[in-house]
Structures are given as C-alpha cells and as structure tokens.
Design a protein around this ligand. Structure first.
Ligand code: SR1
Length: 325
C-alpha cells in the first residue's frame, strides 16, 4: 500500500488497518457516519474494515475479536452496550491496539470518547420548543434508556421539566431496532390516541422523529403537533420542509464529520500522538423556517449555508489530509 508523504510512521509506509465496529448500521445517521469514516480513512491511505452492526451485543463482541485477529492497529467502536464490551476491549488494549469510542461509555482513560455534545444538542432543540410553544404544554417524549447519547439528552430533558413545571411529559415511548421509525410510529399512534392533548413531541433521534411524523400523518393530527428532534440527513430535510410537516426543528452535527473525527482520533493514537480523552463535535440548530427560507433541500445545500457544518477542528494534525465528503 502507498504511504502518505510527510506523515509519521506507520502512515509514511502505508498498510495501516483500522476496524470500525458499529452496534447500529440502519438509518441515515449511521450510514453517513460510516461514509465520513471511510472518506477520512481513504485520505489517510488507511485500510478501513467496517463491521456492520445489527443491534446484537454478542455479534459486536465477536467482531472486536475478529478485528484483533485481522491485525487492526486501531478499533473504533460506534455505539454499543458497555457491559458487554469491556472485557474484549481490554483484550484489544492489552495487545497494544488503540481504541476509540463513539457514543458508548467505555470508562477507560486509555480510550478517547467521541460525542456530539448531546447536552447542547438537547438544549438547542428544547430552547426552540419553548420559544415556539411557551413553557406550558403537554409533551410526548421518545426515549430508550441505555444508549449514551440518548441518556445524555435525557439529562437535559429532566432539567427542562424541573425548571418548567408547566411542561408535562404525558407519555414516553420509543424503540431502537432495525425498524426504529416504523416501530416508534406504532407506539406513537397508541400514545396520540390515548392522549389527544399532546401538542409537542421531543424526539431526539431522527428515526424517532420520522416515526412520530408518520403516526401524526396517519391519524390526521399533523396540524396540531410540533416535533423537535436531533440529527439531520437529506431525507430528514425533505420530511421537515414538506407542506404541513409537524417536524419544525432539529439540532444536529454532520454525522460524516463525526465519522471522520473518529478515524482521526484512531490515526493520531497509532502515530503515538496524544489525543484528548473527550472529543466533542458541536451541533447546530436547524429550523423548518430556515430550511424553507433558504430553499435547502439536501445536506450539501445545508453545508453551503453553514460552512462550520462540514468541518471540525477536533483531533487534526498537519499531516492528516482533509476528508472529501
Ligand atoms: C440509539 S442512539 C441514536 C443516536 O446516536 C447518535 O448519537 C445519533 O445522534 C442518534 O440520535
């Protein structure tokens, strides 16, 4: 494999292998995250092996062992259940393999943690919800405990409810699976039928928001509902700007940037450089009005309007070429 001119060893000679092991692969966020990781790996001349996730903890453990056996110099772990990972991750570390965690708390000082500033992400969406609806409304809340980003967003939801006694969480629902949006839609329909006074839904994962939007459309209640979410993709933008869409705001990073940052954190460690323990990619708030007013139809259009959306200064080095995506 060709080396990268001017880069430190082993990148100068090429042939570096990194494994990306996901817990979830379905959905726009995870596909864009993987595409960003792949683009950054290509720019670095890295052989990136992507192990698709199927929400299966046993399979993810097995994949970590496979990555160790195939000679990966670093492993990026994208989501997962910490309790099922710590021993196999320790085996990788013991063999000198570098590990990076994205959105899974592996609680190990040797493992840098990449996240999207989930607190800020939830704050941006909920500030907008209060701006639009005041601080007294009945809310539906889509949440599944045990996923680090959702748990961090939940901390802010709890704070907002505690600070605003008029915001009442009337129902909580949500499913994370290979059919998150449609399963969440089925749950949301039952929730809306039982609680016709819900006017706001906080759905801080785009697959949840799609499910809630689908349920509202099926029940014919889109006009009396407002959905606030996290994440963004081209398909999400189309659903947000559509006539009569109740999905009025989302706060998001560019997942491709987060993927690229994860690979850079792995590459820097392989090169023997120091990486901060916590690596944060900041989100921005995107409203339906902004998208409609600026005629934004795709992620690429959005990146042109908000240049900071396509880059992150986290974990860079002069020898690391930028990723093209
Ligand atoms: C089930 S966890 C889903 C979240 O992971 C990433 O942090 C995305 O932002 C998504 O909302």
């Amino acid at each position: 494999a060709a080396g990268l001119a001017g880069a430190p060893a082993p990148f100068d000679k090429g042939g570096v292998k990194i494994a990306l092991i996901s817990y979830i692969s379905a959905g726009d966020f995870f596909q864009a995250y993987q595409a960003g990781a792949q683009a950054q790996a290509k720019a670095l001349g890295v052989d990136l092996r992507i192990f698709p996730g199927r929400q299966n903890a046993a399979e993810q453990r097995e994949q970590i062992l496979q990555a160790v056996n195939l000679g990966a110099q670093a492993i990026v772990i994208d989501h997962g259940l910490p309790e099922s990972l710590s021993d196999v991750v320790q085996q990788a570390l013991d063999k000198g393999i570098k590990v990076v965690a994205f959105d899974v708390n592996l609680n190990n000082p040797k493992i840098p943690q990449v996240e999207q500033s989930d607190h800020k992400l939830a704050e941006l969406a909920l500030d907008q919800a209060i701006k639009d609806n005041g601080n007294s409304f009945k809310a539906g809340y889509a949440y599944v405990a045990g996923f680090a980003p959702l748990d961090r967003r939940n901390e802010i939801w709890d704070k907002v409810k505690a600070a605003n006694s008029g915001i009442v969480e009337t129902a909580r629902f949500g499913t994370v699976s290979d059919t998150t949006a449609t399963s969440t839609a089925d749950q949301a329909k039952a929730v809306f039928r039982a609680n016709p006074d819900i006017s706001v839904v906080f759905a801080p994962y785009d697959e949840f928001a799609r499910g809630v939007k689908l349920a509202a459309a099926d029940l014919g209640i889109s006009a009396k509902l407002k959905i606030y979410s996290a994440d963004i993709s081209t398909a999400d933008i189309q659903e947000i700007v559509e006539d009569g869409s109740p999905w009025v705001a989302t706060s998001a990073t560019n997942p491709a940037v987060v993927g690229a940052v994860s690979i850079r954190a792995a590459a820097l460690q392989i090169a023997g450089e120091t990486v901060p323990h916590q690596i944060i990619v900041d989100p921005v708030l995107v409203t339906q009005k902004q998208l409609r007013d600026a005629n934004v139809k795709t992620i690429e259009d959005l990146a042109k309007k908000i240049p900071s959306f396509s880059t992150s200064s986290a974990v860079t080095a002069s020898w690391i070429p930028s990723a093209a995506f």
